[in-house]
Design a protein around this ligand. Structure first.
Ligand code: PMP
Length: 398
């Protein structure tokens, strides 16, 4: 065995996927036309598998700000925040995130992935404990791997299980960080956040909430589940990304604790990577304003989610447990069948994400669909018609 031999089984899997026409890296957006339309592998499609919840990727004010920053500040910073990459606009955006939540501390990162790595690898150390919801995102799992803390998983959205595990920790519960998400990325369901806050407070533990899929989506001002549930002040670390509702790339964390600010001196995923480009920061600053004032966008997003969710329900599809802009169509365990459905949808102009085990929580394949405020009712009706045709053509009720 040499260094590279272990990749053979993976290469085999990839070859099989390629032969079936399902290698994800061969699904190419050849031309992006708008937040909801593109040419993918030669087909003009409606995009129903992005995270563009508010449709801001093409907002003229965001583009204008990014273009201006590109012209005035260049393509990249060429260095980390600790060295030459600490621009006034990074700091301004940090203040704006902190103000948005009414909290004293805010830090931006070069990606949401890096925000999770930074927090989880640095906040909990040896002798501390991380308690994560089993359905948490890969970036949270990876952050846990980088930490010296003990990592304990609790059952997805099961507050009693969390309570039991905190109780077992006795005094160490005060050294525990509980990690959950606002809206979960695959099934679109929400954490029972108020109950989780009650439990962590009872034991003196700390709480981190990843609002990647709920920023801009939930809450009067779009601050996510923490706002919708009225627990902003009781949450210790609120994390999010620019890469979904804000339509750019980057990550952030806000907190009432000064430790977040001090983390700049210790978190390697913050220190040892280049800071976000001026254009990303500039478009995100504008997008954050649009998001905060985006009640109309949120209303449209939820109307669209409801139209799509109800339409798929009426077709007899098995969906996620809760109405959400993330709409999983849960299929069988059969990869071949699921792949055929996904391909047929693509060929007929519908782009969604095929997710196969082991990436799915319960070994079943799913079509991860998502809605945007930018979808029109006519587009949603076309999506539903196509689903109906494709399911009928494959001899499925739905
Ligand atoms: N957290 C969650 C829950 C996510 O779904 C994602 C992205 N899919 C991230 C973090 C990482 O965000 P980014 O794309 O900014 O790296």
């Amino acid at each position: 065995m040499n260094l590279l031999d272990k990749f053979r089984p993976l290469q085999e899997t990839r070859n099989q996927l390629k032969a079936l026409g399902a290698d994800p890296f061969n699904v190419v957006v050849e031309k992006i036309l708008s937040p909801t339309e593109a040419i993918v592998n030669g087909h003009r499609v409606i995009l129903a598998g992005t995270n563009n919840y508010l449709g801001l990727t093409f907002h003229p004010e965001c583009i204008e700000a990014a273009v201006r920053a590109l012209r005035e500040e260049g393509c990249g910073t060429t260095g980390s925040r600790m060295a030459n990459g600490n621009y006034a606009d990074h700091q301004a955006l940090e203040r704006e995130f902190a103000e948005f939540y009414g909290l004293p501390y805010g830090v931006v990162f070069s990606a949401g992935y890096l925000a999770n790595l930074a927090l989880l690898s640095t906040l909990p150390g040896a002798d501390d404990v991380i308690l994560i919801d089993a359905d948490c995102h890969a970036s949270i799992y990876d952050g846990c791997k980088m930490s010296a803390a003990e990592v304990i998983r609790f059952r997805h959205n099961d507050v009693a299980d969390l309570d039991k595990r905190l109780r077992r920790l006795k005094d160490r519960a005060r050294r525990a960080l509980v990690v959950v998400e606002g809206i979960y990325s695959m099934f679109g369901d929400r954490a029972p956040l108020r109950e989780i806050v009650e439990v962590k407070d009872r034991y003196g533990a700390f709480l981190m909430v990843d609002e990647a899929h709920s920023l801009g989506v939930l809450g009067e001002q779009g601050r996510g589940l923490v706002e919708a549930e009225g627990v902003i002040e009781r949450t210790d670390f609120i994390v999010g990304t620019f890469s979904k509702s804000l339509g750019a790339i980057g990550g952030y964390c806000v907190s009432p604790h000064q430790a977040l600010d001090t983390l700049r001196y210790a978190a390697r995923p913050y220190i040892f990577t280049a800071s976000s480009s001026p254009a990303q920061i500039a478009s995100t600053r504008v997008a954050l304003h649009l998001l905060r004032d985006g009640r109309e966008l949120r209303r449209r997003l939820w109307d669209n989610a409801e139209r799509f969710y109800d339409g798929l329900k009426a077709l007899g599809c098995t969906l996620g447990p809760q109405l959400s802009p993330v709409v999983p169509v849960i299929l069988s365990e059969d990869r071949g069948d699921s792949l055929a459905l996904w391909k047929a949808l693509l060929e007929r102009g519908v782009y969604v994400n095929l997710v196969m085990p082991p990436a799915t929580p319960d070994h079943r394949c799913l079509l991860r669909c998502s809605m945007s405020a930018a979808h029109t009712p006519a587009q949603i009706d076309r999506l539903l018609d196509t689903f109906a045709q494709v399911f009928a053509a494959h001899g499925l009720t739905a």
